[in-house]
Design a protein. Structure first.
Ligand code: S3P
Length: 436
């Protein structure tokens, strides 16, 4: 359990480096496990979600040495080298872990079962199970095969390539199909309504796989082998974790903060565009590239924000940042409208309901819409007691809201933060109050 109590801040100061990117960490340990050769990963996120994925890869026969501080050495088993796990694979709270691994397992010639915690077992799995079945895998689960636990009979030698038009822009769906496609005979293609994060495509290329891209259509030929990269696979900090400090720096008067080593892949930087549209003072410094991903330091200084509209192709580029952007909107001038974001309802919590309900407790003027929300900004919020709903990003967003709320704010049940941001409290307290 555990609670976090927050008082107003007089400005965020100094520099901080958030932990490694969650999306990249899942992919790094999966791809290095099926590569030929040994991969040295640094900057791996040691949060609960990605540690579940590392444990699952171990259970599939991959030797992974963890030397601490996010440094892993992974001895790849080659494309067809994974082995049947002796037990159920527990993915904890992680939708990405479960969906991507389901794709990988759907291509194997063995049986496996994926499960997760009470929240993950409620999240929709038909979106990956259906296309993976059409590739030849047998997938059963609760609710007629729509919910975890998922029992997977891998397609093995009968794995078929498909051309799939995804109804939602989801990197998890795209990646599950592409990972299964590695084991298929022929070319697998996924088309999306908008471009979702392209980490899988970039990392596959980093491992020497040819991946073709034509607009929102991605394809790869099955049977290509992955080779461990010659240089280390260096994972930058997660922009989704940086987001809490970017918004805090933008909204707390007196702030001037630098968030270091942040992944700024253009499929993830919607938060920067929207904050800039709202008038935020944001500067990218020291732009560079690491392991096929763009990286920069980001400086943010306080400036009064104004409302904006967020929708359409913005959404996949900032889907995980909407809870904290709602906090920015709650103290901006004017009414912000967020639409086309119904996907938020099937994240770690129903984030439309949880954001609206919890920010309202802090005095925000916020109205739910089926596919988003409307937020009328005001000068300050007011401290209260609010709940995480078992959702790490709701907990951290509420902590940021507490910095601009009068009096004390308590966020209850914050242990969930460890799924993506171990050490959050320390970094937060240091940046917001200068206390270490
Ligand atoms: C992720 C994709 C997104 C995102 C999630 C991580 C990924 O989900 O919300 O936190 O690493 O592929 P969807 O692809 O389902 O939108």
């Amino acid at each position: 359990m555990g609670d976090l109590t927050i008082r107003p801040s007089r400005g965020l100061r100094g520099e901080l480096t958030p932990p490694g990117d969650k999306s990249l960490s899942h992919r790094a340990v999966m791809l290095s496990g099926i590569a030929e050769g040994t991969t040295a990963i640094s900057g791996f996120l040691t949060g609960e979600d990605t540690m579940h994925t590392a444990r699952a890869m171990r259970a599939l026969g991959v030797a992974i040495e963890d030397s601490g501080g996010g440094n892993l050495t992974v001895r790849g088993r080659g494309l067809r080298g994974l082995t049947e796990p002796a037990d159920v694979l527990d993915m904890g709270n992680s939708g990405t872990g479960m969906r991507l691994l389901a794709g990988l397992l759907a291509g194997q010639d063995f049986f496996s079962v994926l499960t997760g915690d009470q929240y993950l077992r409620k999240r929709p799995m038909a979106r990956i199970a259906e296309p993976l079945r059409s590739m030849g895998a047998g997938i059963n689960g609760r609710a007629g095969g729509k919910l975890a636990p998922l029992a997977i009979n891998g397609a093995g030698a009968g794995c078929r390539a498909i051309a799939y038009a995804s109804p939602v822009a989801s990197a998890q769906i795209k990646s599950a199909i592409l990972l299964c496609g590695l084991f298929a005979d022929g070319v697998t293609t996924v088309t999306e309504p908008h471009k979702s994060r392209d980490h899988t495509e970039r990392m596959l290329r980093f491992f020497g796989v040819e991946v073709k891209e034509q607009g929102n259509r991605i394809s790869l030929r099955g049977g290509q082998r992955l080779s461990a990269p010659l240089s280390d696979l260096v994972i930058p900090s997660d922009i989704s974790s940086a987001a809490f400090f970017l918004v805090a720096g933008a909204v707390v008067p007196g702030s001037d903060v630098v968030v270091r080593n942040v992944g700024v892949n253009p499929t993830r930087t919607g938060i920067l565009d929207v904050l800039q549209r709202m008038g935020a003072d944001i500067e990218l410094l020291n732009a560079r590239e690491q392991a096929g991903e763009p990286v920069a330091d980001i400086r943010v200084r306080h400036r009064k924000l104004k409302a904006t509209r967020i929708g359409g192709e913005d959404i996949p580029r900032l889907i995980d940042e909407i809870p904290v952007l709602a906090v920015a909107a709650a103290v901006a001038e004017g009414t912000t409208v967020i639409s086309d974001a119904a996907e938020l309802r099937v994240k770690e919590s129903d984030r439309i309901a949880t954001v609206a309900g919890e920010l309202a407790k802090l005095g925000a003027v916020i109205r739910e819409r089926p596919d988003g929300m409307e937020i009328a900004g005001k000068d300050r919020l007011s401290g209260s007691v609010c709940e995480s709903h078992g959702d790490h990003r709701i907990a951290m967003s509420l902590a940021v809201a507490g910095l601009v709320a009068e009096g004390m704010t308590t966020v209850r049940d914050t242990a969930w933060i460890d799924t993506s941001f171990p050490g959050f409290e320390r970094t937060f307290v240091q940046a917001a109050y200068g206390i270490s």
